[in-house]
Design a protein. Structure first.
Length: 365
């Protein structure tokens, strides 16, 4: 089982640029996927403890379970009434979801992230109820405008109020001709109206027994990463954060209950990206009637170089499987960084496909 922690990232000065495959500098997403977080974190670790990084990666490659598993980052929002943690909506319908949903289906499908309270009730508790249906129908009739029911009170419809996106003009100067070119960069800005009204990102960490030795060093590396920044435009001060590690009990929400849920039947919903090359296992996942998943292509540049990593397709957050997936690291070292005999010019490049999932129960429809 290991030890679970929640890590909250408070961004200073609340600006960040998070790119994604297929979007340019004029767009940004609001969070960091598990593979990018892992890469940035391990790069920070290698700079602080260069003599230890190889031993740490040996554990990720050869130990089961690995020293740590991390989720993707998701939005949290602090208000005077407490903290709202958002989780990705599983791709299967919750228990008691009605077969006739035409009146509110579009409204339901637009809810990509659910507050913890709703996520737990829908996917580990009683499931959908009649009041949920009525409130979603009312909201659909109003064209997505506000309602004052119990769903609205949990923050279900307020996800995008936790952040905004701004475009900042920049000027590029040609080194040879000194000609200038105007362009724009998009930044995500998190709410910051005092300690009781702010938002940021959080992620879950599961530390196994072999990872306890590394925990303090990993915390140091994350603090160092916070000073350097994560994402793009770090030279402009974007992406800097302060990390706060919380025990599950300190988070003020029923996290332990959710993680240790043992209802039947149990399925699993991803809260990280997931990759595996076990073909028989993947075949079993894909044909099982419970499975519902999306694939996401991942790519990007190797840090401080003009070389791209190999692209890879991974299972996205919210994907549902009948069994708990494990995942592994993916070697994405490009040809440019390999010698003719197949060995590496410097070191291999990995992408994190080790998964984190939560147990759920789902509707049969």
């Amino acid at each position: 089982m290991g030890t679970w922690k929640i890590v909250e990232l408070k961004f200073n000065p609340c600006l960040a640029h998070f790119g994604e495959l297929g979007i340019g500098m004029e767009s940004t997403i609001e969070r960091v996927y598990s593979d990018n977080l892992f890469s940035a974190w391990m790069s920070a670790y290698a700079r602080l403890y260069p003599e230890e990084i190889e031993g740490l990666f040996d554990l990720f490659l050869n130990n089961n379970p690995p020293p740590i598993r991390i989720s993707s980052t998701f939005i949290y929002r602090k208000t005077s009434e407490g903290t709202i943690y958002y989780l990705p909506r599983p791709l299967r319908f919750p228990v008691n979801y009605p077969a006739e949903d035409l009146a509110f289906f579009k409204t339901y499908k637009s809810l990509h992230y659910l507050p913890l309270e709703i996520w737990q009730r829908w996917y580990q508790g009683e499931g959908f109820n009649h009041e949920d249906i009525e409130e979603l129908e009312e909201r659909a009739k109003k064209g997505g405008e506000g309602t004052e029911g119990k769903l609205a009170q949990t923050g279900l419809f307020d996800y995008k109020q936790a952040f905004s996106t701004d475009k900042v003009p920049k000027i590029a100067v040609d080194r040879n001709t000194r000609a200038t070119n105007l362009y724009h960069v998009a930044f995500v800005r998190f709410v910051a109206e005092g300690e009781n009204e702010r938002s940021g990102l959080y992620f879950l960490v599961n530390i196994c027994s072999t990872g306890e030795f590394w925990q303090k060093r990993l915390e140091n590396a994350l603090n160092w990463l916070g000073e350097e920044g994560i994402g793009g435009e770090r030279s402009s001060g974007a992406g800097r954060f302060q990390a706060t590690w919380l025990d599950l009990s300190e988070a003020g929400s029923p996290w332990r209950e959710m993680i240790e849920y043992s209802g039947t039947p149990v399925n699993y919903s991803l809260i990280s990206l997931f990759w595996d090359d076990n073909q028989s296992f993947l075949q079993e996942l894909s044909v099982n009637s419970i499975s519902s998943y999306q694939l996401q292509e991942r790519g990007g540049w190797i840090a401080e170089s003009n070389i791209r990593r190999q692209n890879v397709r991974m299972f996205a957050e919210g994907s549902v499987f009948f069994t708990q997936p494990a995942g592994k690291l993916i070697n994405v070292t490009p040809r440019e960084l390999r010698k003719q005999d197949g060995s590496y010019k410097n070191h291999p490049i990995y992408r994190n496909g080790i998964s984190v999932s939560l147990p759920i129960k789902v509707s049969n429809c």
